[in-house]
Design a protein. Structure first.
Length: 201
């Protein structure tokens, strides 16, 4: 195959979209790695943040492009986080266990009550891994953030005419966003809510 043919293959619309997606994923990963370091410094929490970021970016790419949350990725990252989270010393183990079991159990219930709405077992298993990392009640906040941002995305896509009524949305990217948000700023969000909503007046 000639060099021109190879170059031409990358110039197709699908090739350009894929290259743009690869660049965006690389930039997002680098930016999140830097943000994790600014937030936690060189620490165990930073190492957990790097694992979460790598898994989150991978899930965004695979779920948006192929509607797949790979079991192999969940197994590998889940095993790494299972070991890394206790070593990081971020909180009691019961909180992380409850985050994994409670978060995935709640999402499994939602999936059972809303069949055909786009939530699958891949999302449930993904939230088990994410829930282990952020613990309880962080996993509930992550799920809430995912639901809100997912709903906003649906409304925007419908307004732009890029989503048909009843078309499902890949939920993995929103779980990834909610989890990273909570991992970085979950304590501040919970404390702010407690001060301004629960105890106001």
């Amino acid at each position: 195959m000639s060099a021109a043919a190879v170059a031409g293959g990358g110039a197709t619309p699908s090739g350009r979209r894929r290259r743009a997606g690869d660049i965006a994923a690389a930039l997002a990963t680098a930016a999140m790695f830097a943000l994790m370091h600014l937030r936690f410094g060189a620490s165990g929490a930073w190492a957990v943040g790097l694992l979460l970021t790598a898994l989150a970016v991978l899930i965004v790419v695979t779920d948006l492009t192929a509607r797949i949350i790979p079991n192999g990725a969940l197994l590998c990252f889940g095993a790494a986080l299972l070991a890394a989270v206790p070593l990081a010393g971020g909180g009691p183990l019961w909180s992380h266990a409850l985050g994994a079991l409670g978060g995935s159990g709640l999402l499994l219930l939602v999936a059972a009550l809303t069949p055909g709405r786009g939530i699958g077992m891949g999302d449930v298993k993904l939230l088990a891994v994410f829930g282990w990392a952020v613990g309880f009640p962080g996993v509930l906040l992550a799920l809430l953030a995912a639901a809100v941002t997912g709903a906003v995305a649906i409304l925007l896509l419908q307004a732009l005419g890029r989503r048909q009524h009843g078309q499902t949305l890949a939920f993995g990217p929103y779980l990834a966003f909610g989890t990273l948000l909570v991992y970085l700023y979950g304590n501040e969000i919970i404390h702010w809510y407690a001060a301004n909503a629960v105890f106001s007046g």
